[in-house]
Write a protein that binds this ligand. Structure first.
Ligand SMILES: Cc1ncc(COP(=O)(O)O)c(C=O)c1O
Length: 416
């Protein structure tokens, strides 16, 4: 397989031309990535040239509407789905909240919803509130001693009362790629809907909705090198069962059914630039034929993933003798390049601060996955874990610097 050309990639991100990002080894990507230049161009253009009420007879309003339509269409093309199935909201938390409220139509008294112990609060709290309102049961798919979700434990929960399973594709702490297809294969014959949180997965591997066919899939584009939005795919037959959450006169617009407000117009328009980024990367690294945007993105995503996997494996090897506990598996097979750890000798805050002194950005805390940290035995959930979350623009040099600092602060601690 071809390799990702890091120089090409970094040139696509204007951040690297600025002094702070240029000198920082940035490992806070799970909190939000740098933005591709092609996205910024579309964003700036909208604000500079067409920051007006979109659509309408005048040329300027028409142009604004066209740019927003292009952003929406590009997002659907990137995902390989019909644009009617895509809701663009301000965040994934908001989208899950809206989806859970819409699920009132299919969840009643004594019905059950399954959530996992691995999830971010965004994909638990909304369902907990729904169950409380509807007098339904919230069931917990618990993690095992390694922090992973075992399919046998899910099976123990499945009975006729279960209407929806909400799960993460990969947790923002544990990083294991969960068996979404296997869950869907078990759920669908029973008429159970599967709602997937792809926020932590999508920045490492682009979602493959046409192959996996979830009932709903959510992720956030501010973590996939674009603007601050939440994307929610809802399968048409699922959407048809749910209670719409839009103004009554917008019911005829499928993309508005679960969009109660409508986020920043420029941010929607700028999504068109994400398509440009994947296409530029496809042409540079692969080229030749002209497959669909969905196919280009799947191919480029494999290169990104391979690069991240390689340098993250080197990171894991570099810290293997340190007195640290990694939450989840310690090998790259079946996991994303998103490593959360605690140290036996140092607080997570100390590690984060020491790294910062060497221009390495890696935060600590619970990252809104408090329930997971508690179940995984992390006692101080405020100090939480140190999280080293990669993006495809990280380099081996970033990794080496981080390993060096983590090693030296542990050696210093040992010397006393
Ligand atoms: C795994 C996961 N799910 C959901 C969310 C919530 O996404 P948003 O910030 O778009 O609401 C996050 C945010 O960090 C996350 O990491």
């Amino acid at each position: 397989m071809r390799q990702l050309d890091l120089q090409f990639v970094r040139e696509c991100f204007p951040a690297f031309q600025h002094p702070l990002p240029a000198k920082t080894a940035f490992f806070e990507n799970a909190g939000g990535s740098y933005v591709a230049g092609t996205v910024l161009e579309k964003y700036m253009h909208f604000y500079q040239a067409n920051k007006v009420q979109p659509y309408g007879a005048s040329q300027i309003c028409h142009a604004a509407g066209e740019q927003m339509d292009a952003g929406r269409q590009t997002m659907a093309d990137l995902l390989g789905v019909n644009k009617d199935t895509v809701t663009i909201g301000p965040s994934t938390t908001q989208n899950f909240n809206t989806l859970a409220i819409a699920c009132q139509a299919i969840i009643g008294k004594n019905d059950s919803v399954i959530v996992t112990q691995q999830d971010h609060e965004a994909n638990i709290g909304a369902w907990e509130r729904l169950c409380r309102r509807q007098e339904a049961n919230l069931l917990h798919w618990t993690i095992d001693e390694t922090g992973e979700l075992n399919i046998d434990r899910l099976e123990e929960l499945l009975d006729e009362s279960v209407k929806v399973i909400c799960m993460t594709h990969s947790s923002n702490i544990v990083g294991t790629i969960n068996p979404v297809e296997q869950v869907i294969a078990k759920a669908r014959p029973r008429g159970i809907r599967v709602v997937v949180d792809g926020v932590s997965f999508a920045p490492h591997q682009w979602p493959n909705i046409p192959v996996q066919q979830p009932d709903a899939y959510c992720f956030s584009t501010y973590k996939t090198y674009a603007t601050h939005l939440g994307i929610m795919y809802v399968a048409p037959d699922f959407a048809a069962q749910l209670a719409p959450q839009c103004h009554y006169f917008n019911l005829d617009y499928p993309e508005k059914r679960f969009d109660a407000a409508g986020p920043d117009h420029a941010s929607i328009a700028a999504l068109d630039g994400l398509g440009d980024y994947f296409t530029a990367s496809y042409n540079y690294h692969i080229g030749g034929s002209e497959p669909s945007l969905y196919q280009q993105t799947q191919a480029v995503s494999q290169l990104m993933h391979a690069h991240e996997t390689e340098i993250c494996a080197n990171f894991l090897e570099g810290i293997e003798d340190l007195p640290v506990r990694i939450i989840g598996r310690t090998i790259m097979e079946g996991r994303e390049a998103n490593i959360a750890m605690t140290s036996d000798w140092l607080s997570s805050a100390t590690m984060s601060q020491e790294l910062a002194k060497h221009d390495i950005a890696a935060g600590n805390g619970n990252f809104y996955a408090i329930r997971l940290l508690e179940s995984a035995g992390v006692k101080d959930t405020k100090d939480g874990v140190l999280r080293i979350s990669f993006s495809h623009y990280n380099s081996q040099e970033d990794v080496d610097r981080t390993v060096d600092v983590l090693t030296s602060i542990h050696q210093n601690k040992k010397r006393g």
